[in-house]
Design a protein around this ligand. Structure first.
Ligand SMILES: NC(=O)c1ccc[n+]([C@@H]2O[C@H](COP(=O)([O-])OP(=O)(O)OC[C@H]3O[C@@H](n4cnc5c(N)ncnc54)[C@H](O)[C@@H]3O)[C@@H](O)[C@H]2O)c1
Length: 331
C-alpha cells in the first residue's frame, strides 16, 4: 500500500493529538515534526519514534517526500508555516482558527492557487457524527426549511488561563460559527454580540452572538469558560436546529462515559479524540483520514471549506466589534 508521508508543525497538546491520530492510520506515516521547543522534539523522537524533528519549519519543508503538513502552532502563528508548506509543494491542513486576521487567509488562498495545492481548515466537527447527522437531515429536507440554530460550548475555567491568549470567538465559538454557516448554507448579513470581559483581558469569558443569515435563518451562539474545575472534566455542549418540519437536538454532557472515581467525577468524551487502549477514535482521526486520502489520491477535499472558514473569520471580526462596542454590525 502506498503511504502518505506527513509532517506536523507545532507539537503542543493538540499537535500531539494529530500525531496520535495519524499514527493510527495504516496509509499514513508521520516522518517529521517541527517545534521550537526542544522538549517537544525530543518527545516526538523518543516516545513516538519520529525519524526527523526540526526546530524550524522551513527545514522540514525541504523534505521532498512529505505530501501533507498539519499546522498546529499557536493561533496567531499559522500564516508562516502554511505559506512555507504550500510554496514547497505540500498540501496543508491548518488548525482552527485558520488565522486571527482576515488578510492572512487571503494570502493562504492565493498561495494554494499559485502552487496548485490545497489548504483546508481543521474544522473537525464536520466529521463528528452528531453534528454531521444534523447536516444530513437538513440537506435531505427532514427538518424542512430551517428557521433557527442554537449552539452552546462550555469549557473549564482553568483552560481560560491558557486560551485567553486568543479572543473567545476565535478560540471556542469558531467551531459553532463554522457549523452554523455549514447548516445555514448562506452568508451572515447582521451580527449582535455581547460578552463579559474579566479585568486585564481583551477576551470575554462569556460570549453570546446573534446572527442573521441572508436567507433569513437566525442563529444564537454561546461560548463560555465558566465550568468550575472542581466539577470535573465534562464537555457540556448543545446544538438545536429548528425547522418547519422538525427539531434536531443533542446535548453532549450525557454522551460520554461517566466515571465516579476516588479522584472525583470525570466524563470521557469519546467523540473528538480518545485513546482506546492502543487505538485512537474520534472526529480528529476521521478528519485526518479524509484529508490524507484526498492528498494521496490528488482529490480536493470538499467536506471542509476554506471559503466558509474565511467567512467565519469575517463574522468573527464583526462579533469582536459588536461585543466591544455594544452595537449591531452589518456585514
Ligand atoms: N480542533 C480542535 O478541537 C482544537 C483543539 C485544541 C487546539 N486546537 C488548535 O490547535 C492549535 C494549537 O493549539 P494547542 O492547544 O496545541 O497549543 P499549544 O500552545 O499547546 O501548542 C503550540 C505548539 O506550537 C509550537 N510552535 C509555536 N510556533 C511555532 C513555530 N513557528 N514553529 C514550530 N512550532 C511552533 C509551540 O512550541 C507549541 O509546542 C491552535 O490553533 C488551537 O486553536 C484545535
Amino acid at each position: 500500500m502506498e503511504r502518505l508521508k506527513v509532517g506536523i508543525v507545532g507539537l503542543g497538546s493538540w499537535g500531539l493529538s494529530h500525531l496520535e491520530a495519524y499514527r493510527d492510520l495504516p496509509f499514513v506515516e508521520v516522518v517529521a515534526v517541527s517545534d521550537i521547543r526542544p522538549e517537544r522534539r525530543q518527545l516526538a523522537q523518543e516516545r513516538y519514534g519520529i525519524p526527523h524533528a526540526f526546530e524550524d519549519a522551513e527545514s522540514m519543508m525541504k523534505m521532498p517526500d512529505i505530501g501533507l503538513v498539519s499546522v498546529v502552532t499557536f493561533e496567531q502563528q499559522h500564516l508562516e508555516p502554511v505559506l512555507l508548506a504550500l510554496s514547497a509543494g505540500k498540501n496543508v491542513l491548518v488548525e482552527k482558527p485558520v488565522a486571527t486576521r482576515l488578510e492572512e487567509t487571503r494570502a493562504m488562498q492565493e498561495a494554494a492557487r499559485k502552487y496548485g495545492k490545497f489548504v483546508v481548515p481543521g474544522h473537525l466537527l464536520r466529521f463528528e457524527p452528531k453534528y454531521a447527522e444534523i447536516r444530513r437531515m437538513i440537506a435531505e429536507g427532514e427538518l424542512g426549511p430551517v428557521a433557527s440554530i442554537y449552539m452552546k460550548r462550555s469549557r473549564e475555567s482553568s483552560l481560560f488561563r491558557t486560551y485567553r491568549r486568543t479572543h473567545t470567538v476565535h478560540e471556542l465559538m469558531i467551531h459553532d460559527l463554522d457549523q452554523a454557516i455549514w447548516y445555514a448554507g448562506s452568508r451572515v448579513k447582521r451580527v449582535y454580540a455581547t460578552g463579559r470581559f474579566p479585568k486585564n483581558t481583551e477576551s470575554p469569558d462569556v460570549l453570546w452572538a446573534q446572527l442573521t443569515f441572508e436567507n433569513g435563518i437566525i442563529a444564537v451562539l454561546h461560548a463560555n469558560w465558566m465550568t468550575p474545575d472542581e466539577a470535573g472534566i465534562a464537555i457540556n455542549d448543545c446544538t438545536e436546529v429548528i425547522g418547519e418540519k422538525g427539531i434536531a437536538h443533542f446535548d453532549t454532557h450525557a454522551a460520554g462515559v461517566q466515571l465516579w472515581g476516588t479522584g472525583g467525577r470525570r466524563t470521557s468524551d469519546l467523540s473528538v479524540h480518545h485513546n482506546l487502549g492502543n487505538r485512537v477514535i474520534g472526529a480528529l482521526k476521521e478528519e485526518l483520514s479524509y484529508v490524507s486520502l484526498c492528498a494521496l489520491t490528488g482529490t480536493t477535499p470538499d467536506v471542509l471549506s476554506f471559503d466558509d472558514a474565511v467567512h467565519g473569520l469575517e463574522v468573527a471580526e464583526a462579533i469582536v466589534i459588536s461585543a466591544k462596542e455594544g452595537r449591531v454590525v452589518d456585514l
